[in-house]
Design a protein around this ligand. Sequence first.
Ligand SMILES: [Zn+2]
Ligand SMILES: [Zn+2]
Length: 320
Amino acid sequence: MHAQLLTAARRPLVDAELPAPRPGPEQLLIAVRACAVCRTDLHIVDGELRDPKLPLIVGHQIVGVEVATGERVGVPWLAWADGECRYCTSGRENLCDRARFTGYTVDGGYAEYCVADARYRFALPATYTAEEAAPLLCAGLIGYRALRMCGDARRIGFYGFGSSAQILAQVARTEGRQVYAFTRDGDEAAQRFARSMGAGWAGGAGEHAPDELDAAIIFAPAGPLVINALRNLAKGGIVVCAGIHMTDIPSFPYELLWGERSIRSVANLTRDDGREFFQIAARTRIETRRQVYPLERANDALAALRSGELTGTAVIKVAA
Ligand SMILES: [Zn+2]
Ligand SMILES: [Zn+2]
């Protein structure tokens, strides 16, 4: 099979011809149709996440067809958890110390075939094509977990308006919330995009929101944004950091946290998050702006995300 292979961090992916993987016990062999690009893929390729499997096929927003049954399946970031540790047995398999992750510690979807544990794959709403469904698998799903952490916040700020925010803005709106989008200062194209996807207000990351926010989600991997968000937050509000990697958060006056404000991260996903999110996706049509790349141009997709020139989400189309 064709695959785009990471042989070492900070090196471009190489086009490789490999034998198709052999499914083990409980595993399915999946013919990949589409795999959306996540910022986490970039953190792995750029060496910002430690100890990936090497060589590695990255990609964890996989839509494919199970070869044995013809059934369409979605493969997410959480590939496996042990099911027996104190996290797994308390509904927090997302925190399992022994968890395996698709496209990081096991091979992912920038390839014609992958294998996945049958217990961790998702059924997908039939109303979405493979290209439409792929970004839902992490940008949508883990974004949704971050949105849940905001509780019943009515006014939510999104810092960084890319793959995840475009999906969450639509979910938030259907829940009757107001979305405030913060992009790079002066990036009017991104602000127009945010408004078109449901943000009621859009401005630069350094700007003051026109209203106090009840919550903010940080999608961009820049620690200083946490402080920008705190400055816009009402008392009792929460800042949720949705990414797996972020630059350091600078020190800040305690006054910004006072008034029962809080900061937390969101890590990975549970299968319950996925089932809940795909029920929402089935009854609410979620639109995404996508840039589609063929498998052999995976490096170009990563470069577009790295440079910030990408609008919406990049999707690698592997097969029709
Ligand atoms: Zn566990
Ligand atoms: Zn992801």
